[in-house]
Design a protein around this ligand. Sequence first.
Ligand code: ATP
Length: 329
Amino acid sequence: MDIKTIGVLTSGGDAPGMNAAIRAVVRYGLTKEFRMVGVERGYHGLLRGEFIEMDAASVCDLIQRGGTVLQTARSKLFPTPEGIAQAVKAAKDYGIDALIVIGGDGSFRGAQKLCENGLPTIGIPGTIDNDISCTEYTIGYDTALNTAMEAVDKIRDTATSHQRCSLIEVMGRNAGYIAVDVALATGAEMVIVPEKDKNTSKVDLVTRIVKDIEAGQKVGKKHHIVIIAEGVGDSQKLAEMIEECSDVETRATVLGHIQRGGSPTIRDRVIAAQMGMRAIDLLTEGKSNRVVIVKNGMIDDVDIDEGLAMKKSISEYKYCLVGNLSRGV
Ligand code: ATP
């Protein structure tokens, strides 16, 4: 594998720190004397040959910016055999010998197919949800947590003043990582995650919440903060049902896309720098079809096929700690 030109793209949902990763990939790639090419709009742009030459100046003033300067997209054509063939041809025609893909699981499945079809790839995990099984950490997670934490702190002020119950829905797709960490960091009374309650009926959830509110009132609590993951969802309906079953005023707040934006935290920038560097090093060593990961707190890498087959789940210990600390027992 004689690599002279490396492409880089961002795919799936955007995440704070993606820009810092692009900067690291480009700058470190240039120091290794690769020609660096940016692919705009993810796999959608790859198919259409939306390429831009990247030099050191093209990633100036980027490290602190949220979103992704290369933009991102979801492509229905790309996963098809014609789409993959078209993407590989577009890359090869432009002289791209290898591709670094910053995104989530879906994007890595795409990277795997490109590799099978003759375009070496390396994945870098970038998603606020932290829901990629092969890595302990995904770029964007820490920024999203901090954004959600600040929002919950603000809601808590008003919930306490009015002695309300607040249901606050955080992102995370089908996973409860954001919910559990935000609940711990904000001293929430309860956390509800899809890993535990995806199939629990609304009536059962409301019964559990109301019981918890009543227990809190007995020990003099002035608010009741419930963090609910989007994978459980329907927080508005739950809030209405709680009000019907108790004498406690209840409000639902869906934090939504506020969690996807903003300047990346130091953790996201530092991890992005390290992951970007490792991706280039892997290609330099002639390796491909690998994902850069955090394992035992250190930067590492794993085969994409193995990585996609792995499973991880929320920490049972942290999940239980939310309730234990809230009750003080
Ligand atoms: P996020 O977690 O932020 O949503 P993601 O990478 O999982 O990120 P997806 O929308 O699942 O986001 O995937 C991004 C793109 O990757 C898709 O639009 C599609 O083009 C491609 N892709 C997804 N799944 C596959 C697959 N099984 N094979 C090939 N390509 C895929």
